[in-house]
Design a protein around this ligand. Structure first.
Ligand code: NI
Length: 151
């Protein structure tokens, strides 16, 4: 495993729409392992492909219950609302209030290409929405209401 460089701030890669993953091979597994290690080292709860310069639909998350790998993830349903502070490893020191659904059901593939469904609430729901946004070139700053705070 290896730590990958996290792209930051105005890097144009963070604004690109990612392509689906089509090959579930060792190269993907290496990427997933590296992304999980990079996320943990940076003390984040999620990391998406473009943040490490890979324009593919790959996400890792860990809100404290272990690593979740989501490949080609899609939100299939959502309910409720939550409003709270959000940040991003690509925008260190920046925070803002973002409104997200409180409960989200996601469909994704695992590292072997098998489809699964996962329902998340609160922090996990927020994380799923934030990371899937990254795959579409959207960053949390685009969704902040009431101004961005700097640490
Ligand atoms: Ni982020």
């Amino acid at each position: 495993m290896a730590i990958r460089n996290i792209l930051k701030d105005e890097d144009p890669t963070l604004r690109k729409v990612c392509r689906p993953v089509t090959e579930f091979n060792e190269r993907l597994w290496q990427l997933l392992d590296d992304m999980a290690e990079t996320m943990h080292k940076a003390e984040g709860v999620g990391l998406a492909g473009p943040q490490v310069g890979i324009l593919r639909r790959v996400v890792v998350m860990d809100v404290g219950d272990g690593v979740i790998e989501a490949i080609n993830p899609e939100i299939v349903s959502e309910s409720g609302k939550q409003e709270g502070p959000e940040g991003c490893l690509s925008f260190p020191g920046k925070w803002g209030t973002v409104c997200r659904p409180n409960k989200v059901k996601m469909k994704a593939q695992d590292r072997h290409g098998k489809w699964y469904y996962l329902t998340g609430e609160e922090l996990l729901a927020r994380c799923m929405c934030h990371e899937i946004d990254h795959l579409n070139g959207i960053v949390f700053l685009d969704r902040v209401k009431g101004g961005v705070e700097t640490e």
